[in-house]
Design a binder for this molecule. Sequence first.
Ligand code: FAD
Length: 379
Amino acid sequence: MKRLVLAGAGHAHALVLRALVRQPMPGVEIVVISPEPLAPYSGMVPGWLAGHYRFDEIAIDFAPLAAAAGARWCQGEIHALDPARRQLRLADGGTLDYDVLSLNVGSTLHAPPAEHAQMLPLRPLAMLRRRYEPLLERWANEPSDRPFVVTAVGGGAAGFEALLAVLSRLRALRPERAVQGSLLTRGTSLLAGLAPAARRAAFRALDRAGVTVQLGGSWCEAVDRSSDVVLWATGAQAHEWQRDPARRGALAVDDQGFVRIDEQLRSVTHPEVFASGDCASWPGEGLPKAGVHAVRMGPVLAGNLRAALRGPAGAADLRPHRPQRHFLALLATGDGRAIASRGPFGAEGAWAWRWKDHIDRSFLRQFEVPRAVSLPVDR
Ligand SMILES: Cc1cc2nc3c(=O)[nH]c(=O)nc-3n(C[C@H](O)[C@H](O)[C@H](O)COP(=O)(O)OP(=O)(O)OC[C@H]3O[C@@H](n4cnc5c(N)ncnc54)[C@H](O)[C@@H]3O)c2cc1C
């Protein structure tokens, strides 16, 4: 029996599993492996940071989803890949062979050490949760009432949304204590790629929240000293095993360690290995590391994995992915409003937040599995 391994509880794999629920693949053993069964949906992370949602409300539970798709859920983590032997080496020392492998393991952030401030890298999201919850507890119980400074480093959507969300949460928990916000980016502008009207709305939102913006600035000891918490939100980086030739074998990666793929989402060197979402390097100019791209790749990936498992007979059914260059971006501003941007159009308001909430909740609802499904689980 052939074995398909889905590594990473990423957005594209959630859609692959949903497709398998609808159309099972008999005669193929499917294994899903990831460190945690609860996989947060990136679009709702700022809403969780702001306290609008509980963590379980923003997460896809992969264990029941895998069971409903006829797959085996396995809690674990890739340590290394040996593409020549078609084998994964896992962090617990075990190995897992595959006929077809699909990587949807996301990206990470390597934050510099901070001596004074508490460093909170925004990725991986599971780690963010482990650090954010104790921070809120400390905030709620700390007797001090001196002003508190939260600095976000990074001028993209993640830093912008996370900063506004965290400020709103801290202020709501302790309205009597002063919280200052600061946004630092090396770039000369914020939120590149948004419509001009959306960028202006973003600056207004930062102004309402009392955030000081420093363009063209870099992380340094002075920023460390003047901050209590640092939200590290610079560009996505590839996982350590992808960047280390000794741990990824001959799998082709780009100069940052992201897996080089073709338009059918297959490794350019190992066609039995697929990669999607943040961990992949799209041909040509690449794609921004955004959840929306991982989501869009999901249906094509589902079809192509099915085709690849049929061997040479399935080759004619492999389809190219056609990335969307313009898509709707909805950025939460932490105050019950959101900014909408698509192509040259931008606007903001409470209506945009309600719209975003509706879209995000509907997206997650499609992965809910009735509780009656029994779970074949490996731990
Ligand atoms: C605060 C924040 C807000 C964001 N908001 C948005 C937004 O509104 N819209 C948007 O489009 N993008 C947003 N992004 C970007 C978005 O989070 C990523 O682009 C998206 O999550 C990538 O999806 P993915 O499917 O590639 O991987 P992920 O969703 O990151 O999933 C990767 C999975 O792989 C698992 N994994 C990791 N390492 C291993 C391993 N070694 N072995 C096995 N499994 C592993 C992880 O645990 C995780 O389950 C945001 C990012 C942040 C940090």
